[in-house]
Design a protein around this ligand. Structure first.
Ligand code: ADP
Ligand code: NG1
Length: 460
């Protein structure tokens, strides 16, 4: 297979990944009385900058982490999809592999596996019924913490189904299929997580652009370390409408600006799409937002008046199922965040590629600005994340929430030789006051991350 396809590798024999792989192979053999045929791996990610902009069509700047989902896979002759997780808190699940339903109303773990299966069934290029599959899943990405555990599970599952049916799919196609199929759980995500999970390369972060999907490796500055700290406040995106509400606020802001520009507003879903048609720069879009909206909530009724439409029509054309009940939307602040954050991504890339001594401080400043914007304009931070960011001030170059927010992880950029001291400080001033940290291995909630490779298949 060439570079365009997820690599097929030999199962590693040493290290912690080898141990986890051995464990799922043994578990598979015990549970299904036969050996698995292969295993898949899909990594989680840490986004360095560019939060809540992917679903608006703007570029993001993530790197894959070493944490991942591993699945041991084998075919069966019963037509069933049988799922077992090494973590007993995720119960066993079984269904017919052809013709199952994904129940959006219940945020069950197996729904993410089903999304991956459905994605390949819908877009993998095979029409006949799919063969039954047995899977044993093992993951070490902290769930609901902004490191993209859900997408890693979708990606590892899609890879499992496609490889067991000998379907040859490029990394880009996998990324796009998985971004679309994860929406079957109900969240209207962008595509960053699935893209980096497949397209990541060891040693570099990536700028990922959308429509069309494109990814460019970027070397991170030497001498710095990216430290991830889990605030230990989890936030499950599929279990509430916070995330989709932001997606809708951006969509509504886009449609109102499109209408005011005399465009057919229903055809506009993403702020990036509107910017292209208007031919304006990102700073010019920020000015347009300030001219169009006030910094206050807009009622659904007022939005309908601005769009000259009815609430029923808005429910159909714009809003997702789980946001139709929302009565007020903030348009100015959300759109300002998106345009300013999109601008920061390009600045971050430009500075990473420039060769001057001041650059690391400038990168840190962009991270600080990004955090403030997510906290104040996008209102997706959490007091615990803000505390971690405050503790990082003066000790790091910059720190910010990473991922969807409302809890989850913070990422900080710190001088490499200061990383251990910084981690000690967070243990003393944060984690020692967190009761839920007591029963956890500190290295699983506070760690330096290095750009890890993307998804792969392990054969024996
Ligand atoms: P994230 O930011 O980590 O993607 P989400 O809230 O979107 O957070 O998704 C978390 C969900 O993904 C969990 O509630 C669970 O259903 C699923 N998940 C994550 N890790 C695993 C795992 N190791 N095994 C089974 N399901 C998992
Ligand atoms: P996480 O951090 O995995 O919940 C979510 C979205 C991304 C992106 C970020 C915010 C999904 C699968 N992931 O990520 O697309 O919008 O939030 O930048 O919906």
């Amino acid at each position: 297979m060439g570079e365009s396809y997820p690599p097929v590798q030999k199962v590693p024999l040493e290290g912690s990944k080898a141990q986890r792989l051995r464990f799922i192979v043994e578990k598979f053999t015990t549970e299904f009385s036969t050996k698995p045929q292969f295993c898949t791996r899909a990594p989680g990610r840490v986004n360095l900058i560019g939060e809540h902009v992917d679903y608006c069509g703007y570029a993001v700047f993530p790197m894959a982490v070493d944490l991942d989902i591993l699945i041991a896979v084998g075919t069966n002759t019963t037509g069933k999809l049988n799922l077992i997780n090494v973590d007993d808190s995720y119960p066993k699940f079984s269904c017919e592999i052809n013709g199952f339903e994904i129940d959006k109303s219940c945020p069950a773990w197996y729904n993410y596996v089903l999304c991956g299966v459905r994605g390949i069934q819908e877009e993998g290029g095979k029409n006949e019924p799919f063969t039954g599959l047995d899977m044993v899943v093992s993951g070490n990405i902290p769930p609901s913490s902004g490191l993209s555990s859900s997408s890693a599970l979708v990606c590892a599952s899609a890879l499992a189904v496609a490889h067991s049916h000998k379907l040859l799919i490029t990394k880009e196609d996998y990324a796009e299929i998985c971004a679309r199929c994860e929406r079957h759980v109900g969240t209207q995500g962008g595509g960053m997580d699935q893209a980096i999970s497949f397209l990541a390369t060891e040693g570099t972060a990536r700028v990922i652009e959308f429509n069309p999907l494109r990814s460019t490796p970027v070397n991170l500055p030497p001498g710095v370390s990216f430290v991830v700290a889990n605030s230990l406040a989890p936030m499950n995106k599929a279990a509430n409408s916070y995330y989709n509400c932001r997606v809708m606020e951006c969509r509504l802001a886009c449609q109102i600006m499109a209408k005011q520009a005399g465009l057919a507003w229903k055809e506009y879903q993403r702020l990036g799409q509107l910017q292209k048609v208007l031919g304006k720069s990102l700073p010019e879009m920020m000015t347009l937002v300030s001219r169009t909206f006030e910094s206050r909530p807009y009622s659904k009724k007022e939005i309908c008046q601005l769009l000259s439409t009815s609430e029923e029509d808005l429910d159909k054309t714009t809003l997702s199922e789980n946001t139709r009940h929302i009565e007020e939307f903030r348009l100015h602040d959300r759109a300002q965040h998106v345009f300013s954050e999109a601008h920061r991504v390009w600045e971050f890339k430009r500075i990473c590629e420039a060769k001057n001594g001041k650059s690391v401080e400038e990168l840190g400043k962009l991270m600080q600005e990004s955090h403030l914007s997510t906290k104040l304009l996008y209102e997706c931070s959490h007091p615990k994340l803000d505390k971690l960011v405050d503790l990082s001030e003066g000790v790091t170059y910059g720190a910010r929430l990473t991922g969807a927010g409302w809890g989850g992880c913070m990422v900080a950029m710190v001088k490499e030789e200061m990383a251990d001291e910084y981690k000690k400080l967070l243990v003393k001033d944060y984690f020692s006051h967190e009761p839920t940290a007591n029963n956890k291995d500190i290295s699983s909630i506070l760690f330096s991350s290095h750009p890890s490779p993307g998804a792969c298949i392990y054969e024996f």
